[in-house]
Design a protein around this ligand. Structure first.
Ligand SMILES: [Ca+2]
Length: 509
């Protein structure tokens, strides 16, 4: 019996070897298309990363991971939408640009920077997109960056969008009678969840995906394309159709493993980040709705996965799949009570670790636990698509891992949050230093929840010092915030109040 098993196993290995050889025969393409898929606030709770305590249903993401390289130790440049996305799309870290917060417009601060979509345009690509790629508020998707772009307009929940500065198109009416749909009174901002009384097709993410699907249905062979499709879920509010809530019966929802004294060994800088918007968490717990909130987050993850599946199906039907690199990334993670924190905006694993998959024709499949960053995406795509390297970029190409996912590497990845605070993640450790000088060190080989700060424990200083060498040497001054500019959304121009300088987001070069 044992012998038979061994023989079968041997046959399987030979078959696998033949399959691998066949795959190796397809050469990397010269000018492949790029399908650039972004999701919002999606932490590491996807099936293929196996980080949620229960079963999260992400069949499309898992299938994509099986087709490409899953980066299981990938981290964001910054744990907040606008700075993370500006860094991904410019290839420059916040400490380089000064774009540290959601209150900046990137374009009037960096009008001459060649962004990823512009670089693809200049390289002869047709560059289109929809949804949230840069930050979602007005002014962050200048028309001169794209051949065509459909921004997200929040038609499904206009009552959150009263700011005319951020949502000048919005005709925000009163809150609907059924609000709050999640039933928890007193949660500010977008902290609601539930099912909206609209058709599935009228949710904003469905409209974004329709754009991408229509593009793929009508795409013509010839000029390569760069198609960006940015979903808003699982960003708040967690509004998705009922059938996604039904995937997670309340009694099966697993709450995060939380230690009540987890903040006891954390310096003030970390406590300040943890306490930010804790009131939302306390309000949810007081309403006995923690489990329901986690259910809504899970439902929103599965909703995003379903929408991604529609785009991946359309790519398959288009006949372009064999000529298309697929990238999937989330801008940062999310806390659901760990370290007594709700939301993003920390330098811990929950907020920095993200799903990242690259499936490129002619390259390998597999999983790598090498620490990598979303900051590496732009240089990676440049190499894959034979576009010129940009020397000033802060990241490095991940193509060596696409050629060999088993590659050993001693690299680290840095996440920055606001000026002067940063985390360094190696394969084994997380080191954090706050602007005020406080430090943390965690050993993921024994402490995956980052419960025990080892910074004061004997023999760990050398490890911390080695990691600290990767912290930014200099921090750019904070870029001028929105208050420094007058923005006209009709002409897509900014006028800098102090200098009178005008920047036009429609004009090409
Ligand atoms: Ca986000």
């Amino acid at each position: 019996m044992i012998r038979r098993t061994v023989t079968l196993h041997f046959l399987f290995v030979i078959l696998l070897g033949v399959m691998t050889l066949n795959e190796m025969r397809s050469e990397p393409l010269e000018r492949p298309n790029v399908l650039f898929l972004a999701v919002d606030d999606m932490r590491d709770w996807v099936g293929c990363l196996d980080s949620y305590g229960g079963v999260v249903k992400t069949p499309n993401i898992d299938q994509l991971a099986a087709r490409g390289v899953l980066f299981s130790n990938a981290h964001c440049p910054s744990p907040k939408c606008a700075p993370s996305r500006a860094a991904v799309m410019t290839g420059l870290m916040p400490s380089t640009t000064g774009l540290y917060a959601n209150g900046h417009w990137w374009y009037p601060n960096l009008p001459d920077t060649v962004t990823m979509p512009r670089h693809f345009q200049q390289g002869g690509y047709l560059v289109v997109g929809a949804g949230k790629i840069f930050h979602h508020t007005a002014g962050n998707h200048p028309p001169n960056q794209w051949d065509d772009f459909l921004p997200i307009r929040f038609r499904d929940d206009p009552w959150f969008r009263v700011s005319q500065l951020n949502y000048p198109w919005s005709q925000s009416g009163p809150f609907p009678d059924a609000y709050p749909f999640g039933g928890v009174v007193g949660l500010p901002h977008e902290n609601d969840w539930g099912v909206l009384p609209i058709e599935d097709a009228d949710y904003d993410d469905a409209l974004t995906v329709d754009y991408a699907v229509r593009f793929l249905e009508t795409v013509k062979p010839g000029k390569p394309f760069f198609l960006a499709c940015g979903l808003f879920r699982p960003h708040l509010p967690w509004y998705v159709p009922q059938r996604f809530f039904d995937l997670y019966p309340l009694e099966e929802v697993v709450l995060p493993d939380v230690r009540d004294d987890d903040l006891a060994d954390i310096p003030q800088g970390g406590r300040d980040f943890a306490i930010d918007r804790r009131k939302d968490f306390l309000t949810i717990k007081k309403a006995k709705s923690w489990r329901r909130a986690v259910q809504a987050y899970l439902a929103s993850i599965s909703y995003a996965d379903f929408q991604l599946g529609k785009v991946l199906d359309a790519l398959k039907k288009s006949g372009e799949e064999k000529r298309t690199i697929i990238v999937l990334w989330s801008d940062h993670g999310w806390h659901l009570g760990e370290k007594r924190h709700w939301h993003k905006s920390t330098l811990w694993e929950e907020a920095t670790r993200v799903p990242l998959i690259i499936a490129a024709p002619g390259y390998q499949r597999g999983v790598t636990s090498a620490p990598v960053g979303l900051i590496d995406l732009y240089p990676t795509l440049n190499e894959l698509c034979d576009l010129p390297t940009i020397d000033s970029h802060d990241g490095v190409s991940l193509v060596p891992f696409l050629k060999n996912p088993g590659l050993r590497s001693d690299r680290v990845v840095v996440t920055e949050f606001r000026k002067g605070n940063a985390a360094v993640r190696s394969e084994r450790y997380r080191y954090i230093r706050y602007a005020g000088g406080g430090e943390e060190l965690y050993d993921h080989s024994s402490d995956p929840n980052e419960w025990e700060n080892l910074i004061s424990v004997a023999d760990h200083r050398t490890i911390a010092d080695r990691l600290a060498r990767h912290l930014p040497e200099t921090w750019a001054p904070s870029a001028p915030t929105k208050a420094a500019f007058d923005f006209d959304p009709d002409t897509f121009t900014w006028k800098e109040k102090r200098s009178g300088r005008v920047v036009n987001g429609r004009a090409k070069d």
